[in-house]
Design a protein around this ligand. Sequence first.
Ligand code: SF4
Length: 699
Amino acid sequence: MKFDRTVSTTCPYCGVGCQIDLNIKEGRIISAKASEGKAPNFGRLCVKGRFGTDYTHHPTRLTKPLIRKDLDKEKREPCGMEGFREASWDEALDMAADRISRTFLQSGSSAFGTFCCAKATNEDNYLFQKFVRSVLKTNNIDHCARLCHAASVAGLQKALGSAAMSNSIAEMKDLDLFIVTGSNTTETHPVISTYLKEAVVKNNARLIVIDPRKIEMANFAILHIQHKPGTDVAVYQAMAHVIVRDKLYSRDFIDRRTEGFEQYSASLDACTPQWAEKITGVTADKIEQAARLYGEAEKAAFYWGMGISQSVHGTDNTLSIANLALMCGHLGKPGTGVNPLRGQNNVQGCSDSGGLPNIYPGYQNVADEESALKFEKAWGTDLNRKPGLTTLEMSDAIGEGIISDFIIMGENPLMSEPDLNKAREHLSKLKNMIVIDIFLNETGQYADVILPAAAFSEKNGTFTNSDRRVQLVRKALDPPGEAREDWQIISELAKRVGRRIGQDFSSEFNFSRADEIWDEMAELVPAFGGISHERIEREDGIHWPCPDKSHRGSPYLFSDSFPRGKGKFHELKLTNLSEQPDDDFPYILSTGRVLYHWHGGTMTRRSVLNDISPRPFVEIHPDDARKENLDSDSTVRVSSRRGSIELDIRISDRSPTGVLFIPIHFAEAAVNELTRDIRDASAKIPDYKICAVKIEKGR
Ligand code: SF4
């Protein structure tokens, strides 16, 4: 077929950040294929990038601003399109600005909660947090990073002072030994999984998988450690015990680059492999083997996902991995490091751009006077030094009546938060809710004003992938109807709110192109100083830190030092705060993703991908299915103390006995009806991977 044109851009799905060519004909994306010869995917693409961009043309796209018909009811109820009326941009923006400014003048900045968006560009997110901080004067801003890798961030910040992947995707070809843990890489980061498998098959790298499920990556592993869910720290502490006992650590690296080793190593005395066997169900022999492989390897890297971070012990899980890397000196070299695989296309960039409650762009602390003064000078206004609330703390504050106004750009907490009954109850108490999105999702149904946004193929800007590579997003089409780019919407809103509260922000939000926004951010963030849209266009993507124009970018980190100075060992105590199975709820429920869908399903459920994977299911081990008298034709009901959902059954020995697995993508059987809102104390991330449930025949 002859196309009108082909536009190269960045995949809107996972954090791999594949480069894709969109073939355009008569105003539609006709097909997509991998851009040839471009990092990070070099011609590879998974099914989502190849076939999943059709959601942008779905008939339910929002094309006009919407205003709720029954505004200011005592308790808001969710409603579909019939509950809204169409409005002009002026009316909708004025109404949003009226309501926001009224709250600001009556209740002050602490009455606001805001979510920015890991699917939007760096430029969208930079401007959103600038609006929140400089106009609304609050740091109550967060996004879904809180719900995916917050514990990886908290742990790595404590140990190293930096939380991003330490190595680039390109280095996977250099791997000697690597550990994949808590990551079903084949389905969540498909193109990365091809590089990792290639390292094994072509380059004889050795892989250890540490995961309770028999994930596909385990077929390539020399060792699969199937520990009981929630016992990760015991596995890694026992490995550390063996490495210390047998002196497999790097004395030189410990002396030069770390602090706290003697105290930490002394704390490992009791953490023998036999001790761990009783806790984890993994034989002591296997733990010994894993420890020796990791300790003796010339180069070794960790890759992990939600299985490590989405835990009430997530920070400790991460610290236990960092302890191992520090003691063996497996940091600071190509193909050697610690790598949390980021989930969403721009979750790394959204955090880098300041979409978190405690930092300005570039991880500059809001409570640090020097940083605050710098941003005050740049933005021409005074700023709030008090760190803001995290995602779930904002939900609590809404429930308690402290936050009355919620502004959400592109996130869907009514799919992503744990214990959805509670989350809905909280949202229903809001006085004012403004949503910027491309579809009316479960959360938007509670909004007062909905502002229609552009999808990834309808805007210019940048996404930063999981390995810190800043890449261009190029506009291929105009947004449908009257939809606008997020940064344009935010600019208009900021100016209108400013006028109503007596401040003139017209010059601060006066941008005509996305690259102008990037340039402002790059001036304020040392790690971005050498990156511009024009340079990325020339070089196809640049890894931060890249402090100046002559710098080539940083594919791997920590070659000379850590951002905190010396790497710090942390003693860990084993705790078990997860909900345990009992007679009433005898199974552990674990949640996760499947290849064909993405997160809350707002995009992939509106794509042809939904034809391949149209129905929610629970995965159950054959022994458990027999015990419960369930066969493959059964529809089942899975219930926890918080809720109940009905779904198909999939009998498979991928999950161990006693463990059920349900994917997160299906609103009609949302697994977060069941999950429990208990959080890691440091990272405030919920325990998505473990709660107690029962299973019975459905209707
Ligand atoms: Fe898109 Fe990720 Fe698939 Fe690449 S691996 S095509 S970035 S979803």
